[in-house]
Design a protein around this ligand. Sequence first.
Ligand code: C2E
Ligand code: MG
Ligand code: MG
Length: 446
Amino acid sequence: MVTRSEVEAAGASPGADIDSLTGVASRRAFLDKLEERLQAQAEPRFALVLIGIDDFRAFNDMHGFAEGDAILQRVARRLRDASPRDAMIGRVGGDEFAVLLPTISDPTLVRHVSAAMLSLLSEPYDCEGRRHHVLASLGACVMPAGGLCTSDALASASLALGRAKRDGGRTIRFFKPQMRADVTTRLSLVQALREAFAQRQFELLYQPQVNLRDGRVVGAEALLRWRHPTQGLLSPAVFIDALAASSMAIDVGMWVLHTACAQARAWSLQFDSAPRVAVNLFGAQLAESRLLTEVRHVLRELSLPPSCLELEITETIALQQGDEVAGQLQSLRHDGVTLTCDDFGTGYASLSFLKNFPVDRIKIDQSFIRSVARDPVDAAIVRSVINVGQSLNLSVVAEGVETVEQRDFLLQHACNEVQGYLYGRPMQADKLTERLAEQQRFFGGE
Ligand code: C2E
Ligand code: MG
Ligand code: MG
């Protein structure tokens, strides 16, 4: 706990000016001090550092609020230890702290102090016998570039913090004026996406997934496209991140689920062995407690057997979720829905993910497939993933198969299914329908 005298020494008076949990300055007291500092000179020269704890919500969910509070207290203490004596520390949000460095404006020095904070905050935390690794991100700005009023200064530091978090966390970013422009661009993209959804400009394409041994289409991945009125058909690369981070993700995700399931139903009525349809989930959909009921509702409404639906999640998205989400996905698996780990191998905990998060299938990311026939490291990785799949009784799909050499490698190592340009690009549903009809004529209804 930070002592009262330390707080006073840092410039805050006791009482409402102090955050009762951590003993540092309250948000109000901190902002008053910031304002005072900004007004003190015509051209203020000092630095502001904003500190956010990465994934603190998930920490609270996993370990409970009491443990979360203990961490916040220790974070405050470590910030004090890492800061110069004249620094003022405040708690400006639930899991956000701010440090005002009144006499430092040289970016190199600010970086130096911030790095010391980050390093101290990254040390493990021991709480009554339990050891936690809590990571933080820092956003810094130097005045006057950061702004001349409290809201501008805080917004600048906050933009830098947002960038640090988006860049993966556990890092420091400095405010740059370009960040304001980036946010404006991002906001107008989200606005345009909202408009696009209302105007029904989103479409789904389907990319075949093929059984490697007999070449039959056994699945189709639904992939989102934006039919832009002037720019033509846009791929997710230009909009999916903005969409995933926006509040529309849940609605668009539901639309994708519904549309893909309706397509799966149409194929199941037309073909004896209809392909399973794979849908990618947004993180926000997983965080929703309604996922289980919504998926069950869609399946029931369309009379679609659960075995015709596959849900793809990335390990990064899955790991951000709590136990309750894992429970919902397991219930869906129990119903017969296939659960697949997408982009396998690109997250930071692939193997422990498989241990804690049961799935039916793993999809080897295309970054490993690209050079599988040429690069011995990629070849070894792909071989081991196939082996892991076989040992755990999981089916393995390889994504991004473009060449005969890649196919031969996968065939030789007994990979189950493939998806890639060699077998078909993402296509309109009716194109895939034609292909399925041809397949049915060739193979019959077996
Ligand atoms: P993903 O789920 O890993 O999808 C596979 C991506 O690889 C698709 O890109 C597909 O077109 C591309 N691909 C497949 N075969 C090949 C190949 O042989 N060579 C190359 N170079 N690329 C290949 P796409 O359609 O641009 O989608 C990109 C990502 O956007 C998806 O990656 C997924 O993360 C996201 N996404 C797309 N549609 C949706 C959606 O409806 N919902 C959600 N949540 N995410 C989506
Ligand atoms: Mg996918
Ligand atoms: Mg993928």
